[in-house]
Design a protein around this ligand. Structure first.
Ligand SMILES: Nc1nc2c(c(=O)[nH]1)N(C=O)[C@@H](CNc1ccc(C(=O)N[C@@H](CCC(=O)O)C(=O)O)cc1)CN2
Ligand SMILES: Nc1ncnc2c1ncn2[C@@H]1O[C@H](COP(=O)(O)OP(=O)(O)OP(=O)(O)O)[C@@H](O)[C@H]1O
Length: 211
């Protein structure tokens, strides 16, 4: 079988067609998110924050005593930084993901409201190299697209998949995205690892673990 005729895990679509389809979907979903405008995105971010707070309380005792990896928002992603600050104040250790080596797993470093952020790969603000490296118990995964089986379309670097493939035990994973970013399927490939929970402004959309 050549690359062109090889098909994906569960769908009869050639691998080369999936890669092209994903590129198109990433562009479409990024543009749709931008087109929502600042106010709509802020409202969505606040709704997600409320749902996430409730989920952490219900399922993880508020994440107390856990290492919780969030993300620094870029390109119109929901802004959960107020929640990061609140959780920090409640004694939760907060971490952020960093691309320190291309095409390698992400590194997680500790963040506090006093952390002086520096510019990392892709110009994403990240904690400085001297910040403690940690391994999260719970990690958020911002996404561009999602499906009900928990599969996620990100920016196309494969970083979360590589990271989760590398971690044993795996952290609990919570995908964060817009309801409008729902896809019937992302046409999962062998390297795609489904997330445990997908959370949007409409609440928990799919979960592979008990709530
Ligand atoms: N806010 C935020 N932080 C995050 C992530 C995220 O999705 N959101 N990441 C989640 O993983 C990591 C950064 N992800 C990245 C994903 C892709 C590329 C990148 O260079 N993309 C290329 C295309 C790559 C390809 O197609 O092979 C590009 O767009 O030019 C960079 C960083 C860590 N931090
Ligand atoms: N565990 C892995 N080992 C090696 N390569 C991987 C692994 N996981 C993903 N990749 C590579 O990364 C590329 C992009 O993957 P994918 O399309 O799933 O990105 P993504 O999940 O949207 O990106 P990101 O997680 O960075 O937001 C794939 O072509 C794949 O070859």
């Amino acid at each position: 079988m050549t690359d062109d005729t090889e098909t994906t895990r569960n769908h009869d679509v050639p691998v080369s067609a999936v890669a092209a389809w994903r590129r198109g979907e990433r562009t479409r979903l990024r543009e749709a998110r931008q087109a929502l405008g600042v106010d709509a995105r802020r409202t969505i971010g606040q709704a997600i924050t409320g749902h996430l707070r409730a989920l952490l309380e219900r399922r993880f005792n508020g994440a107390k005593g856990r290492i919780f990896s969030a993300y620094w928002p870029i390109k119109g992603e929901p802004d959960l930084r107020p929640l990061m600050t609140d959780l920090h104040g409640l004694g939760v250790m907060i971490a952020l993901p960093i691309v320190e080596t291309k095409a390698a797993p992400l590194v997680f470093r500790r963040w506090t409201p006093d952390t002086k952020m520096v510019r990392g790969d892709w110009n994403i603000p990240v904690p400085p190299p001297e910040a403690d490296q940690v391994i999260p118990d719970i990690t958020l995964a911002p996404l561009l697209g999602w499906d009900v089986r928990g599969f996620r379309l990100g920016y196309g670097g494969g970083y979360f998949d590589r990271t989760l493939a590398d971690l044993d035990p795996r952290p609990t994973t919570i995908g964060i995205g817009f309801q409008a970013a729902h896809l019937t399927t992302i046409h999962p490939q062998p390297h795609d690892i489904p997330l445990d929970i997908i959370l949007t402004e409409a609440g928990v959309q799919t979960k592979r673990i008990s709530p």
